[in-house]
Design a protein around this ligand. Structure first.
Ligand code: ZN
Length: 197
């Protein structure tokens, strides 16, 4: 398996709506395996195809005991409750912001063999499903922030040195796998106040 480079905000692939997965072949299986390895390496809880430069509607996730790969996901909101958590993104490393999301969702799609898949999640898992599916449409979570937080996010991204800092954050995370992101430990650095996908 291969660790893939994580694309950062500003890369056009993150803004391009991804294509549907139509070939459930060995190439897709290898991509999914590499995405899982990459996600674990940088201690993320989710990773979408465009984040590794592949404009296909596929994402991987690993939230607590739940892990897997979803192709061609469609998210349906269940109920009206909101989850008031914080969020981060491996493509916008070093930042985290509070963002309300629907607390429960159902995802329908396909697994890597093309078989139909239906998943339900709540809390972090629901947040992850929404965040990753947003990536496949070219949307980043920072697009969903409002007011001052949105301004703060973009100011930070435009600051000189953001990219160099982002790379070092990813490297630090890669060095901290297995300790810094054990599922419950979201405290600590600005980045891990939320979680990263
Ligand atoms: Zn993300």
């Amino acid at each position: 398996m291969t660790i893939l480079a994580v694309r950062l905000v500003g890369d056009p692939v993150l803004r391009t709506p991804a294509d549907a997965v139509t070939r459930f072949d060995d190439t897709l299986a290898k991509l999914a395996a590499d995405m899982h390895e990459t996600m674990e390496e940088v201690a993320g809880v989710g990773l979408a195809g465009p984040q590794v430069g592949v404009s296909l509607r596929v994402f991987t996730y690993h939230v607590g005991e739940e892990r897997g790969t979803v192709c061609n996901p469609v998210v349906e909101v269940l109920g009206g409750e909101l989850d008031h958590g914080s969020e981060g993104c491996l493509s916008v490393p070093g930042l985290g912001f509070p963002l309300d999301r629907p607390a429960r969702v159902r995802v329908t799609g396909q697994d890597i063999t093309g078989a139909p898949l239906v998943l339900e999640g709540e809390g972090l898992l629901a947040r992850c499903f929404q965040h990753e599916t947003d990536h496949l449409g070219g949307t980043l979570y920072i697009d969903k922030l409002a007011g001052e937080e949105r301004k703060r996010a973009w100011r930070a991204i435009r600051e000189e040195g953001f990219e160099a800092n982002a790379q070092s954050v990813l490297q630090d995370r890669a060095g901290a796998v297995g300790s810094a992101f054990g599922g419950a430990s979201f405290g600590g650095s600005a980045f891990s106040q939320g979680w990263a996908k």
